[in-house]
Design a protein around this ligand. Structure first.
Ligand SMILES: N[C@@H](CCC(=O)N[C@@H](CS)C(=O)NCC(=O)O)C(=O)O
Length: 199
């Protein structure tokens, strides 16, 4: 049985919910209220010493960090296309997961957190970092349909949520036509559900 420590509005949690949906895997959601400090309790910190969601429990196995959870689920899946056993494709996937964990997290996600949740931060600077991420993705998606090449992988899942929500952080997606076509392709895949429907 899989259980996911989750927060509805978290793009990092949505990455995991998206892949679970694409793989058609059942799971139980365990909501974590960050505003109440649920992630700072000793029992939660015993699961994830970083005090962050998402955390996946698979029987007795505990995995924290969205990228690690995506790799774990996609490697164990019968359908290998999300994390193919190919050195170059895996290297490309890790490259884009690095962008998800850096420019996207510290630009797009951080700007969204300032605007939506009242987090402190230099909004124009965060938006600028976010626009750098969007330019990187748009340039890649001009060359290939998916971030790691010809097929969708967990690289796309890792980048999609906060790019999709960029406008929550006051960043227009209008200039990025290749990203918009990528949204259409990803949202047409069987098992796709928008963020609000997985919450
Ligand atoms: N690198 C981590 C980042 C996870 C993260 O930032 N989670 C946020 C919610 S989106 C969190 O739990 N923050 C804890 C807090 O705000 O105290 C991942 O990809 O899972």
């Amino acid at each position: 049985m899989k259980r996911l420590y989750d927060m509805d509005l978290s793009g990092n949690c949505y990455k995991v919910r998206l892949l679970l949906g694409f793989l058609d895997l059942a799971y139980e959601k365990l909501p974590v209220d960050l505003t109440r400090g649920d992630n700072r309790t000793s029992s939660f910190l015993a699961l994830n010493p970083r005090g962050e969601v998402p955390v996946l429990i698979d029987n007795d196995t505990v995995i924290w960090d969205s990228s690690a959870i995506l790799v774990y689920l996609a490697t164990n899946a019968a359908d290998k296309r999300w994390y193919p056993d190919d050195a170059l494709i895996r290297a490309r996937i890790v490259q884009w997961m690095a962008v998800a964990g850096h420019e996207i997290q510290y630009g797009l996600a951080a700007a969204r957190a300032v605007k939506l949740f009242g987090r402190t931060g230099d909004l124009p600077q965060l938006q600028e970092i976010g626009r750098r991420a969007l330019a990187l993705l748009d340039e890649q998606l001009h060359k290939t349909h998916w971030l790691a090449g010809t097929d969708p992988t967990i690289a796309d899942i890792a980048c999609y949520p906060y790019v999709r929500c960029a406008e929550d952080g006051g960043i227009s997606l209008a200039p990025y036509t290749n990203i918009q076509h990528w949204f259409e392709r990803l949202e047409a895949l069987p098992g796709y559900r928008p963020m609000a429907d997985t919450a």
